[in-house]
Design a protein around this ligand. Structure first.
Ligand code: USQ
Length: 382
């Protein structure tokens, strides 16, 4: 298939582009380097330098023999969107082109409006471009488990049947996010659902939990193909942060009581989930939703796992409960469904001690690059 990967420079975008191209899809990546710019502005750059997309595309072609097309530009600008869609004519679009950080969205007014503007306008432009240039294309949108919040009932995969005064109807599962970033993802889902009803689009919305890891099948040959690996408070996800903290001798930063439970997945499973969704598309006129994670952990459990494995490697890991900068439940019910992706063929990589050890060893190679001032930035929700 001809697949456009929007946000192809990011933590997940570049590994997805290589993964799909290795499996014979014709891939084009699009990015405006927003993530790099924000990291630089806030002094929270990743653990190791990542070559720009031109270099990575050349390197990937030299190693794999597969050519990835590249378009640099801002998908908020309609002229650029027209150029991308009319040139490439995609069969499917994988839409990662969003400001992905909850803490960033809570930083100040400017960060909040950038997040709103970028995330909503890019989604709207993608919808209009599909209608005009690729009306049969399948849109695969990265949503987030955070759209659901932490309700006191089971979380279904996107849709819930409600019985009310003797009648039944099917609705999108009620959503209540815990950050402005997560709220923009709810708005995206609503935009897509509206245009699925109006224009018969085919859409898959992947409600993804926090991702961890840095090793994918396609990046083993050359470390310059590894993804961005942020460990700072703004762009680092929690397990990646704990791994770097363990290596750097920094106490693992469990926020508050640490009972916050989320659904996690290895970056390798993100790639499989996206590819399986691509190869088993939604129907026209369907908004299909999968909950994209493979197992749940509380933050405290994650910290204890890293402590155990880290200490077996002689790292002297400590855990420290820090005042929670976020407004979130620290003890709560959490039971989300997640069978849809297993049914279309996902074979999960679970978080074993070996995987934790492998991440610790990989990060150890960059131990001297860790900048401790990046770990805590005290972005407060209140
Ligand atoms: N947490 C800590 N200590 C830390 C960092 C985080 O206790 O040092 C806690 C947070 O308070 C939260 C949990 O760990 O309860 C997960 O935090 P996170 O930073 O890994 O994840 P989050 O901000 O929710 O966002 C990440 C990605 C986002 C994605 C989301 C999925 O950045 O793009 O949508 O995970 S989910 O969490 O299911 O909404």
């Amino acid at each position: 298939m001809r697949v456009l990967v929007l946000g192809g420079d990011g933590y997940l975008g570049w590994p997805t582009a290589m993964h799909l191209s290795a499996r014979g899809h014709e891939v084009a990546v699009v990015d405006n380097y927003l993530r790099r710019r924000l990291c630089r502005e806030l002094d929270v750059e990743p653990l190791f330098e990542v070559p720009n997309l031109h270099d990575r595309v050349r390197l990937w072609e030299a190693i794999s023999g597969h050519k990835v097309n590249l378009l640099i530009g801002d998908l908020i600008e309609w002229e650029f969107v027209v150029e991308v869609f009319s040139k490439f004519k995609p069969d499917a679009i994988i839409h990662y082109a969003e400001q992905p950080s909850a803490p960033y969205s809570m930083l100040n007014r400017r960060a909040a409006t950038l997040t709103l503007q970028n995330n909503l306008l890019v989604t709207a432009n993608v919808i209009f471009a599909v209608r005009e240039f690729a009306p049969s294309a399948h849109i695969i949108k990265l949503g987030t488990m955070g759209e659901y919040g932490t309700p006191n009932i089971d979380i279904e995969e996107g849709w819930i049947d409600i019985q009310h005064k003797g009648r039944r109807e099917r609705f999108l599962y009620p959503r209540q996010a815990g950050s402005l970033y997560h709220t923009t993802k709810i708005m995206d889902t609503d935009l897509l659902w509206f245009y699925v009803r109006m224009w018969n689009l085919a859409v898959t919305d992947l409600m993804q939990g926090p991702v961890y890891g840095l090793i994918t099948e396609e990046s083993t040959e050359d470390s310059r193909l590894l993804p961005f690996f942020n460990y700072d408070e703004i762009f680092g996800t929690v397990l990646n942060r704990f791994i770097v903290q363990a290596v750097a001798g920094y106490p693992l930063t469990v926020y508050g009581r640490g009972g916050q439970t989320r659904g996690y997945l290895n970056i390798k499973d993100t790639l499989s989930c996206v590819r399986l969704s691509l190869e088993n598309p939604a129907r026209k006129g369907e908004l299909r939703i999968f909950n994209q994670f493979v197992e749940t952990f509380s933050v405290k459990e994650l910290a204890e796992r890293v402590l155990k494995v880290g200490n077996s490697l002689g790292l002297g890991v400590r855990i420290q409960s820090v005042e929670n900068p976020r407004k979130e439940a620290e003890e709560h019910y959490y039971n989300p469904e997640h069978t849809g992706l297993l049914e279309i063929g996902l074979k999960p990589h679970y978080l074993t001690d070996e995987i934790i050890a492998e991440m610790l060893e990989k990060v150890r190679l960059h131990q001297n690059a860790v900048q401790l001032h990046r770990i805590c930035r005290e972005v407060k929700w209140g």
